[in-house]
Structure formats: C-alpha cells, structure tokens
Design a protein around this ligand. Structure first.
Ligand SMILES: Nc1ncnc2c1ncn2[C@@H]1O[C@H](COP(=O)(O)OP(=O)(O)OP(=O)(O)O)[C@@H](O)[C@H]1O
Length: 644
C-alpha cells in the first residue's frame, strides 16, 4: 500500500493544476507506454454488460455475501417465543411469532417462556457459520482499534451516563457478552463505550462517529442486550383478533440501501445467536413473497429499507405497535429529502408508539445541522455523541487529491490501477451510466472490474458485490449506492473518479477503506468542475493531517474571489464541512465548555468561526432553501430507495 502511495507521488498529473488548464500532452499513461495488458481471464460478472451471461458463473464464485447462511442452515427458521399468551387469546396460542403452532427447539434459537429467557444449546456448526475461524480474513480484517483509544469524544445532553470500558455483564446481558466473545471483539470501540450505557439507561441517542468505527455494534449491542433481558411485549389487545400472519417486532432498524440492511442483518444474526430474538431483513428489489414467508416464521428485530417496509405495513404483515427501539442508521441520509416522507409516514402515521414510548437511536458518520433540526421531531431529551475530530475522516486513510481533467480520467485510472498492489479497489462515479461505461472500459483494458448501482437488478448487485468481496473482480465501480455503511474487509483503495458534490458523501465514500483501525488510500480526481466542494475538502484534509495540494488552495482562492465556491451541504446547512457534527442544540458557541468531555477544545472544535464554519449560524430557512437545490442536483427526482 505504501508502494502505491509512492508510485502515485511520482505521477505528474497534478503538477499543472495550480494555474491554467494543464497541458494534456505531458502525461503519457503506462498503458500507452507499455504493451497493452491482456484481457483478464474470464471474470465472472466482469464489466457491466456481461451481467446476463456472466451470471451463471457466479454460483461457483460468490458465497460470502447475501443471506447464504440463512439458506444453508436451520437457524432462525421458526418462531420461538411463548410469552404472548394472553387471557383473551386463550392459553393455547403459542408465541406471536410462532403462529400458534408448537415449535420444536431449533438449533441456535432460544425462547422466551413465561417471562424467562431460555437460550438454546450452543451449536458448533452454527458458530462456525456465524463467526468463522480465527484466521478467516473474510470475517476478521485485522482489527486495530487501539488506534482509536485517543480519539476525541464529545457528549452532550442531560445526565450523561458513565462510559463502559469493557464488554461485561452487567450492564450487558450475559448471552450477548458470550456472542461478542465468539465474534472476537475484545473491547468496545469508542462509540460503543458510550452508546451501551446511554441506550441501556433508557435514553434516546444521536451518534455521530467516524466511518468504520463500529456504529453497528453501537446500536445492536444495547438493543439486543435489553431485549434479551426484558423479552417481547405482548400482542396488543387492540388488534382484536390474533393474526398469525402479522408480526410485532420489538426493534426496527432502518437503513437506506439493500446492501446495508443485509449487512446489518448478518451482524444481528451473530449477536442474537441462541436468543429469543429472531432478526429479519426486508428490502426492495427482492421477492416480497419470500420475505413475507420469512417474516411469518418470526420477526423480532426487523432490518428494513423504508420503501419495502411501507409495502409490508400496507399489506398488514407487520405491526409496529410493539416497537421499543427505533434505529435510523445513516440517519442523515434517512432524513434527507429522498427518504424523509417515507420515514415520517412509517414513524408518525402508522401504529408505532410515539416518541415518548419508544427509544429512538440515530447513527451516522455525518450529521449536518439542518438534518439535526429535522431529527428533533423523532427524538426526546436525547444524548448527542460525537466521536472523532471535525472532518471525521480517519488519519488511517491517506487521502490523495490529483488534478485530472475529465477527458484524462480514463488514462489516469489505468495508471493508478497498474501501480496498485493487491487489495480491493472501489471506484466511485456520479452516474449509473458512467459506472457501467467505466467498468466495461476497465474490463476491456485487462482489469477485472464489475459494477454496482441502482439500475442493476438485485441479483446483479448481489453477485457483483460477492465477486468483489471474494476477489474474483477486485475492482468495483460504484455509484453512491455503495458509499455508505458497507463493511468490506481488505478494501485497500477508494478512487473518487468523479467527486461528489456533497462533502459528506465524500466522507462516507472514502470510509469504505481504512476501517476498524486499518489503513487505506483514498484518491480523488479533482478539476474545476468540483469547485463546489473545495472548501469542505480543504478543511477535511487539514483536519485529518493530510497534504493539501497547492492547486487546491489556489483554486479555492480564485473561487472565493469569484464568490461561487459554496456548494454541497456546506451551502445548504450552513456548515462548510462534514464529519462528526456538533450538537446543534449547543448553537454556534465555541466548544470546550463543560459537557464536551476532556478532549473538547481540540483543534477544529473551537473554531466555529473559521472559513469552513463561517455560516454555522445561518438561519434554518436559508439552509432548507439551499437544500432543495443541492439535492436536485445530486439525486435528480429521487422517489425511492434505489436512486443510485
Ligand atoms: N468492538 C469491536 N471490536 C472489534 N471489531 C469491531 C468492534 N466493533 C465493530 N468491529 C468491526 O469493525 C468494522 C466496522 O464496524 P461498522 O461496520 O459497524 O462501522 P461503522 O461505524 O458502522 O461504519 P460506517 O460509518 O462506514 O457505516 C466491522 O468489521 C465490525 O465487525
């Protein structure tokens, strides 16, 4: 990896960038200097247009993605809690999730019987499937969370509980601690240290923590732990008759993409092992009949994309009346213009308990101020937790910005990929068409690439992701659909072939590498078309101790004279940068005051008046006006969860 950094340093593409448009003739990419590489051996699903014919190859290559586990085993195949016997329904009814049938014990599946948790017997086979072996690099990516020990943590709100330092019972349920141990997690990450006591203490939470810092565990651990202790709520009398087909989950986790909900579901299965809690996942683009049948077998923790959940609610297959925990992962995305109406409908217009009768948890690596304002409606007296420096990108990610004109991008990416060492590479483009086009181009040039974006079928997306993860196609060309949340070990390099127009999106994209304390490289192709994020970018690079190339500073200066440099969310929300945001309830006053923890006042937090934050206190109304424009340009006419 350092090798590629050195090789990139020798590239000449940014030498001219500071002044006028660079002279293109100076750059001679290696693929023109050397003999053209041979086309790759038959790469399953390589490129994009090979999808139809390449699909059949995938049966032999995929394997670690997609609920393959669920199909391979009996785990979680049945309903299994018997707590819901109600006088009105007669004692003969089994559990709500069991549809009233007697359930034989199922491997890995516990029960809740007469107010008591009865974990199932352990199963060695299931443990192997769920947790892998210690040397399985697909499952464990060489975690190095020691790097996070001195990370700044800011907590604000009333009566903040003390952070935990270890995974112990109490405060966690003993079964959960066993499952955490089986997962080989030895100590909590900073976000987990705080989220566990906050959530087990009954509080709402808005958590903003760096990409790859363990936010999924941050919500799963306390939600599962408390669920293990308290069991499922009885089916509400108000439903009138017992409906065996309708399920009443205790916890609902919503996230914006199919890939992300699948990943959260896989994590939930690990930590819910042997317990009464049966995780389920639903998302659009997949067979709803199969999802309904699966829900019918029991659904206690539901992980869902909003569109498909709405559909299931309308069909009467899910009731939200027993929800104790509502989690919005990638919460800023979930509450932005594309999803907000659906979220409002699900949370406020269906049968979910109101904000005072549930706990609401929001997690993301970025939390713009205007989205915090919106989130207010869904939360009560919440704790705001921020982990990481302003700018949010980890120093574990080496960021390189190259000046590359649009018509030179293809040459430069070949150069970069030729210089790269082993490891997976994600290349982000702004449009679906460009993702296909580039994947085909790379494939034709001898690089085993595949593509993922919202116009591909669910099958194609799953197979492309599987080929990427297992190394059959180690280059994944993606739109923003892959920008958030995806946790893929061994992603060594993220290339922003097209920079996003929103600096927060940049943060999420590069966060696909350098995860869990590991190192990674993020390269971005910048040219004058990207001026709208230049200030956010410069601030981000400075905060993460990265080199700020001269051309960026020069162009930023030009832009500020022209007065046209604002853009992205910086413009909309009046923030100028991204990353762990500060609690908007604290207004624009400087940090470092009481309540922000020992590390407040670190560079960046006290500087709300510096260039990037100069408009922090701009009014909400001007912010929302800008937001409309930004989102139109970013996402077009977004109507569903497969915009990208
Ligand atoms: N306590 C822990 N010990 C060891 N590994 C952990 C721990 N918590 C999480 N991990 C691992 O760290 C990786 C990153 O976690 P996760 O995907 O939850 O990050 P994230 O903060 O949600 O990232 P993003 O912002 O990109 O969504 C995962 O592989 C996860 O299994």
């Amino acid at each position: 990896m350092s090798d590629i950094t050195q090789k990139m340093d020798n590239l000449s593409v940014q030498d001219n960038a500071g002044g006028e448009k660079p002279q293109r003739s100076q750059y001679v990419p290696p693929h023109l200097r050397a003999a053209r590489a041979n086309a790759p051996a038959d790469v399953p699903f390589g490129g994009s247009r090979r999808s139809a014919s390449g699909g059949s190859n995938f049966g032999n290559n995929g394997g670690d993605y997609d609920g393959g586990y669920q199909r391979r085993s009996n785990y979680n195949q049945g309903g299994y809690n018997n707590n819901n016997r109600r006088g009105g329904f007669g004692g003969a009814r089994g559990g709500s999730n069991a549809g009233g049938r007697y359930q034989r014990p199922i491997p890995g599946v516990g029960r809740w019987v007469d107010g008591k948790h009865e974990p199932s017997e352990p199963s060695k086979q299931l443990e192997l499937e769920l947790y892998g072996t210690p040397d399985d690099t697909k499952m464990h990516s060489g975690i190095n969370f020691d790097n996070y020990d001195d990370i700044p943590v800011e907590v604000s709100g009333n009566d903040i509980p003390e952070a935990i330092t270890q995974f112990t019972a109490p405060p966690l349920d003993p079964l959960l601690v066993e499952n955490i141990t089986l997962s080989r997690f030895t100590k909590p990450t900073p976000v987990q240290k705080y989220s566990v006591p906050i959530v087990t203490g009954g509080r709402d939470l808005m958590a903003c923590a760096q990409t790859g810092s363990g936010k999924t565990g941050g919500f799963l651990f306390p939600v599962l732990s408390e669920s293990f202790k308290s069991g499922p709520a009885p089916i509400p009398e108000a439903t009138g008759t017992f409906s065996s087909y309708k399920k009443y989950p205790t916890a609902l986790v919503m996230a914006p993409t199919r890939e992300l909900v699948s990943q959260i579901y896989d994590e939930a299965k690990k930590f819910a092992y042997r317990s009464w809690v049966r995780p389920c996942v639903v998302y659009g683009g997949a067979d709803i009949g199969e999802q309904i049948r699966n829900i019918g077998k029991g659904c206690d923790l539901l992980v869902a994309t909003p569109g498909r959940l709405k559909d299931l609610l309308e069909r009467g297959r899910i009731s939200l009346s027993n929800i104790k925990y509502l989690v919005l992962d990638e919460a800023d995305r979930m509450l932005d213009m594309g999803f907000e109406p659906q979220i409002r409908h699900i949370v406020q217009e269906c049968d979910m308990p109101d904000v005072n009768n549930r706990q609401t948890l929001m997690f993301s690596a970025t939390f713009p101020r205007d989205i915090q304002l919106l989130a207010h409606d869904f939360l009560k007296d919440y704790v705001f937790l921020s982990v990481g420096r302003v700018g949010s990108t980890s120093e574990n990610i080496t960021q390189k910005i190259l000046y590359v004109e649009d018509d030179e991008k293809k040459s430069v990416i070949l150069d970069l990929l030729s210089a790269g060492d082993a490891g997976l590479t994600i290349v982000f483009t702004e449009t679906k068409r460009m993702a296909d086009n580039l994947a085909d181009f790379l494939y034709d040039q001898g690089f085993p690439a595949t593509a993922i974006h919202g116009d591909r079928t669910q099958y194609e997306r799953e197979k492309a992701l599987a080929a990427f993860k297992n190394g059959a196609a180690p280059i994944l060309v993606a739109t923003a659909v892959a920008a958030r949340g995806l946790d893929i070990p061994n992603v060594a390099h993220v290339i922003n072939y097209d920079l996003p127009s929103d600096i927060d999106d940049y943060v999420h994209r590069i966060g696909r590498t350098g995860r869990a304390g590991n190192v990674g490289i993020a390269t971005a192709f910048f040219n004058r078309n990207n001026k709208n994020i230049i200030k956010g970018l410069i601030q981000l690079l400075s905060e993460a101790n990265q080199e700020v190339p001269d051309f960026l500073t020069k162009i930023a200066r030009e832009s500020s004279f022209g007065g046209s440099s604002r853009g992205g969310r910086g413009g909309r929300g009046g923030r100028g940068s991204s990353g762990p945001s500060r609690d908007f309830r604290r207004g624009g006053s400087s940090s470092g005051s009481s309540g922000w923890g020992a590390s407040s006042g670190s560079s960046g937090w006290g500087n709300s008046g510096n260039s990037g934050y100069s408009n922090y206190n701009s009014s909400a109304s001007s912010g929302s006006g800008r937001r409309t424009n930004d989102y139109n340009s970013n996402y077009g006419n977004a109507t569903s969860n497969s915009w990208w």
